[in-house]
Design a protein around this ligand. Sequence first.
Ligand code: ZN
Length: 330
Amino acid sequence: MKFEKFVGNRKIIERVHTKLREQRFPHGLIFSGPQGVGKHTCALMIAKALNCLTAPPGEFCDECAACRKIESGTHPDVVTVSVEDEATQIKIAQIRQLLGILDLQPLEGRSKVFIIDPADLLNAEAANALLKGLEEPPENSLFVLITVNVHELLRTVRSRCQIYNFTPLTMEDVRQHGIFDELTVRWSQGSIGRARSLDLPQLKNERAVVLEFLETVVTAREEEFQDLLGVSAEMGRAKQEFENRMDMLAVLIADLLYTKEGAREPVVNVDISDRLVKLAARVETERLIKMAEFLRFIESSMKIHVNRQMLADVLALTGNQTVVHWLDGI
Ligand SMILES: [Zn+2]
């Protein structure tokens, strides 16, 4: 892929490209932003531009031996440091190994490029060791630190790098790739990586469970409370799926709010729009907003030990009309 073909985050790409062409590239970069928007791809493109055997400065051919080796991860001067198998963090030994080759001349290319991905998983010792490399980098070297959240990195590391904040892609950007169907585009949440890994049949199965929960919660009358408690109990029993289902519920509630406003373009679940229209007609905006607010509370609670069943029950009761009327009467 060439710089011109990179989809999304065009301002960043153009800035990087200009700096490369003008040969005034810094030694430390941080690419921060959501997963799957091309941060690693961009780092590899820079490595190619710095080492391509045929293209003029700032460009790369994507075909020569150097470009192909960088693409396949076998170029000796372009090293990606990541979390090793069965480890949870990047260790100091990995960074020391990298610093060991920092001062050597490049073996095959013109520049050494070290990509640390994900840099937020550097343990404290490793991050401190990396600082040495960032403090006095040799002329022909570049560090690219990739992270979903720049604030997870040490301030001393941040201050020695130029920071580029990548943003999610627009739906139009994802569509532009031309390889995804419309539902995948809408569920991608602006991430090509997510679009690629999305398992649509599984997503639809999970969505069916969440939609049944939502429909029951919103429409159950007093005499149907057993149903309400039933779906709530099922939701509370979910273990690793629980967070995913809460995220899905948030998307469905947003879809209902858009549907109520008559805004069709931002709706994600376009394949079930008839069902959404019917459901939207049966629930007040205020109740949807209350549920959305409670979902945000759930999201923040998930970081600590929580009682999923209690959360599911409160969520179900928050969304039910009869209960809301009871509470109003107290
Ligand atoms: Zn090349």
